[in-house]
Ligand binder design. Structure first.
Ligand code: G3P
Ligand code: CA
Length: 266
């Protein structure tokens, strides 16, 4: 290759990379089929939001894991659904009132009887999942307002080179705005469980990547509009084959969250 062609070839490759990186629908999320999303990990068979539940989701062949985050008293992002540890551990109290070390003293295997399982940090989940599976990280920001959780989340995702493979969702839409303010390339997903009047306006204003309706809100024609406009639709949570068929039949669903991944094989 002579110098002229080499120079142009390099410029062409650079341009291709720029186009790919600039496109919000980058290669990590490019797929025509419906994504298999493991809600709280493989939570039907393993304790929700724990390392075993995430490992088993990856082993099963899920495309994405969904999980929930809170802040401990000493500012560490921990993975747990509720704002208290009462339901899923052998302890009691609010997550925000414990340091990480204190949270670690309890067993989060709750009614699965799989031995002592500690609460995972976000870092631990990223250590095992980065580069292997897509992530849907839900910021649990209500009723507690975890000041600084968005910044901490972006820093941790950056450290694990996981910005591109993550979509950050929340029922707290202010939190989604803050995420975009910190890093406008981050993908955000709007969580909701019933429609409101200015639905389309808010979607545009927040510049979200995806919509995450509760399953009962997944059949409205507003979602056809959203899908046609390029937004991804990830409803939660299908619990039967009938749910799966109905969601797939809409033609506008891009991923389905389930607790029981076997629903994707039936
Ligand atoms: O992200 C979808 C779904 O997980 C939202 O509800 O209560 O299961 O966190 P919840
Ligand atoms: Ca969740």
């Amino acid at each position: 290759m002579n110098k002229f062609y080499l120079k142009n070839y390099v410029a062409f490759i650079k341009l291709c990379n720029q186009v790919r990186m600039a496109h919000p629908d980058n290669h990590y999320f490019m797929t025509d089929r419906i994504l298999k999303i493991a809600h709280r990990g493989y939570s039907e068979k393993y304790p929700e939001n724990t390392i075993p539940a995430f490992i088993k989701a990856i082993e099963f062949g899920a495309d994405m894991i969904e999980f929930d985050i809170h802040l401990s008293r000493d500012g560490r992002i921990v993975v747990i659904h509720d704002d208290s540890i009462d339901r899923t551990s052998n302890g009691t109290g609010m997550v925000k009132d414990f340091t990480l070390n204190e949270l670690r003293e309890y067993d989060y295997s709750f009614n699965f009887g799989k031995g002592m399982i500690q609460i995972p940090t976000l870092e631990e989940v990223l250590e095992l999942s980065a580069g292997k599976i897509l992530l849907n990280i839900e910021i649990k920001n209500c009723p507690n307002n975890y000041a600084g959780i968005e910044k901490e989340l972006v820093e941790t995702l950056t450290k694990f080179d996981s910005i591109e493979s993550a979509v950050i969702s929340s029922f707290d839409h202010h939190s989604l705005l803050r995420m975009k303010g910190i890093n406008r390339n981050i993908k955000t997903g709007m969580l909701y469980d019933s429609l409101w009047i200015k639905f389309r306006e808010e979607i545009r204003e927040l510049d979200v990547y995806s919509l995450h309706p509760g399953i009962d809100s997944a059949y409205t024609s507003e979602l056809k509009w959203a899908s046609d406009a390029g937004y991804k639709i990830y409803p939660w949570v299908a619990k039967s084959r009938k749910d799966m068929d109905l969601l797939a039949g809409t033609g506008w669903v891009h991923g389905i969250m389930v607790n029981d991944l076997r629903l994707f094989r039936q």
